[in-house]
Ligand binder design. Structure first.
Ligand code: ATP
Ligand code: MG
Length: 353
């Protein structure tokens, strides 16, 4: 029997659980003239939620990660490439006739995928307007869905790109946008600040951890033990606090330990130990890269989940800056209070104390 837990890549179908309300809401948005803004910390399941929702949509979609984009021209090129992956160039000539600047299109002989390039010094704004106009045209018969991941990068790519995109997008009628991001502060800055170009551009969906009862059922249905392994799912979830990625990772390892003959009560601690051992080198390097303040804050948080502000060794403003830094580095998550993102790293830090 194959290990039924999956982590790291997008999960769909049998690997996907819960998110019933979020899926219903996202589907509703896609069947309206509106757009969706999806926000959550890293690896909470944004891509999986979108993939699972789009599976039942039967509409064309284009997805792009803004982290890989370095300029507005590169953004336009990437959108063209995605578009011509959906529509073979020879069948999509009519889309090109409306463009003000025609790209040079070719097929990579090795990968077979389309390649797009422009002459140097081309007017990037015109190229970008062109590609969005082409997408709008493509959505005339059936509305197109455009997913832009790590959308907060828009603020870093090029000055004024946010205003330009907003002005283009707000005129469009044939596209539903799903804009997602894991840098919560930046995403809020983009969509919730009055002065921002994308202020109130769409419906915000905050993705939380997976509810405990649902995840428990999911794990128990898949464990290779009779009587649902009495307590195994509780042990897993109390360690991971229902974090989607780490729960699947730990469940995967527990399943493996059980296959290897581990006794049920030892299966979870053994799995945790093996995962920590496998990451020991990375954790050490991460720890070494941190300054004293970060370390003190992390030690305090690993010791007890109380407010790290109560630290007599450092002034509150210094602690606050460290917390902000650690959140933006993805090591902590602010969820009412500050908590570790990675429970295995937390356990590793706890051992130093
Ligand atoms: N609905 C779900 N059911 C079960 N597992 C899930 C679900 N959503 C996410 N996961 C687990 O979390 C992992 C990360 O999911 P996903 O890649 O969709 O998250 P993300 O928020 O897009 O992450 P990133 O910030 O890295 O882009 C998955 O590989 C899977 O193990
Ligand atoms: Mg993702």
């Amino acid at each position: 029997m194959d290990n039924p837990f999956k982590f790291g890549t997008v999960v769909e179908g049998a690997y996907f659980t819960d998110r019933v309300d979020e899926r219903a809401f996202l589907t509703q948005i896609l069947h309206s003239p509106n757009h969706a803004i999806l926000i959550s910390p890293r690896r909470y399941g944004k891509s999986s939620l979108v993939a699972e929702t789009l599976r039942s949509e039967k509409r064309e979609s284009i997805s792009l990660n803004m982290q890989a984009v370095t300029s507005s021209l590169k953004l336009a090129e990437a959108l063209y490439r995605r578009f011509f992956s959906l529509h073979p160039i020879e069948k999509a000539r009519h889309y090109l006739s409306h463009l003000r600047i025609i790209p040079t299109l070719s097929i990579n002989p090795v990968s077979g995928s389309p390649e797009v390039s422009f002459l140097p010094n081309v007017n990037a704004q015109v190229v970008l307007e062109d590609v969005f106009a082409m997408l709008e045209k493509a959505g005339q018969k059936k509305k197109l869905i455009v997913v832009l991941d790590e959308f907060q990068e828009i603020l870093q790519i090029e000055k004024g790109l946010d205003k330009l995109l907003r002005s283009i997008m707000q005129e469009q009628q044939n596209i539903n946008y799903i804009l997602m991001g894991s840098q919560e502060d930046m995403m809020k800055k983009i969509f919730l600040r009055k002065k921002s170009a994308f202020y109130h551009f769409g419906n915000v969906i905050h993705l939380d951890r997976i509810p405990e009862a649902d995840f428990k059922q999911y794990i128990e249905d898949r464990l290779p033990t009779k009587n649902r392994g009495k307590g195994i799912s509780d042990d897993i979830l109390s360690f991971t606090a229902c974090h989607p990625y780490y729960t699947q990772q730990l469940a995967f390892q527990v399943w493996f330990e059980l296959q290897q003959g581990a006794e049920i009560p030892l299966s979870v601690p053994t799995a945790i130990e093996h995962i920590i051992q496998a990451h020991d080198f990375d954790y050490s390097r991460l720890w070494e890269s941190m300054n004293r303040t970060n370390r003190l804050v992390l030690l305090k948080l690993a010791d007890n989940d109380k407010a790290p502000m109560e630290n007599p060794e450092l002034p509150p403003s210094t602690i606050f800056s460290a917390l902000k830094r650690l959140v933006s580095a993805g090591i902590l998550i602010k969820n009412g209070k500050y908590v570790y993102d990675d429970p295995f790293f937390k356990r590793w830090v706890k051992r130093i104390i």
